[in-house]
Write a new protein. Structure first.
Length: 296
């Protein structure tokens, strides 16, 4: 019996992704998000899909989703490449045996979040319709990318106030969230109330946590000279992932928690995979361990 909540990791190595997955698959990862930074570049998606599924053949692991993390709202060449990347990934989902594309919602550079909504609808309404026609869901990551409500360069889908504007402006069932607690915690937002409220709109989870240095907050505040929070691999941060997964189960979530590595300041470099495998084991424990059949 497979768990309805898989624990996996992100695998964004371009054309080299299948080889990377082959190396780490024996550790027990159950799903992989295949992600791209800004644009697809010259990646051959058909070849990538074929080689990835060949590596996964005979295992129970899956491609949970495809991801592209650029700014598709920009009106320059890079913005067009990002939009073309979204289209290509939506079209390629069936090749990877997945039904989801994730990424940044984009942003009108330098403008407040509410001033980006019209442009966001202009870009994503046709993309969401294309996706719906193909049975594909779209999920927006909640990373602020250094921005705030007033200004930023990348992504408007940061907080519940922004989600309210977005989903009111484009009320389609196949658009939702790629959520993680980290990006809320570093803004000193408690992620649990919003998880309970928004769980039906959460399609995919990034496994990333945060550590808050409350002594720094109390002495220097959040705009002082010392960092007061940093990103962590699950198992090393402040979140209670047992509570998170319990709320996901209560809300009917079925899908993947894919660890977003390469951010932890301690378990990095030579300790990167040590940290990720610890996070994998920890998250499996938090979901209750292995599924055990009830007695008949």
């Amino acid at each position: 019996m497979a768990d309805k909540i898989r624990i996996g990791t992100m695998a964004g190595k371009g054309q080299e992704t299948p080889g990377y997955i082959k190396q780490i698959l024996p550790h027990g990862f159950e799903s992989f998000e295949i992600n791209f930074w800004k644009t697809l570049g010259k990646c051959d998606l058909k070849k990538l899909a074929s080689e990835t599924l060949e590596v996964l053949d005979g295992t129970e692991a899956v491609v949970s989703c495809l991801g592209i993390y650029g700014n598709p709202l920009k009106k320059d060449a890079e913005g067009k490449e990002a939009r073309d990347g979204w289209k290509a990934l939506i079209n390629a989902c069936k090749l990877f045996k997945t039904d989801m594309v994730c990424g940044f919602a984009g942003r009108v550079v330098g403008e407040p979040i509410d001033k980006s909504i019209d442009r966001w609808v202009q870009v994503f309404e046709p993309l969401a319709k294309r996706a719906a026609d193909k049975g594909v869901r779209i999920a927006f990551e909640n990373c602020e990318m250094g921005g705030n409500w007033k200004t930023g360069d990348w992504n408007i889908a940061q907080t519940p106030a922004a989600w309210e504007l977005m989903f009111k402006a484009l009320p389609m069932k196949n658009i939702g969230l790629e959520w993680e607690p980290c990006h809320q915690m570093v803004k000193l937002i408690d992620p649990m109330p919003q998880l309970r409220k928004w769980v039906k709109k959460i399609f995919h989870i990034h496994g990333k946590d945060a550590t808050i240095l409350w002594d720094v907050v109390k002495e220097y505040g959040v705009n002082g000279p010392k960092p007061f929070a940093f990103h962590r691999t699950p198992g090393f941060g402040d979140s209670n992932w047992t509570d998170i997964i319990s709320e996901l189960r209560r809300g009917g979530f079925e899908g993947s928690i894919d660890i977003e590595g390469w951010h932890d300041p301690v378990y990095s470099k030579d300790l990167e995979m040590t940290g990720q495998v610890h996070g994998l084991k920890y998250l499996k424990w938090c979901r209750g361990g292995d599924i055990v059949a009830n007695p008949v």
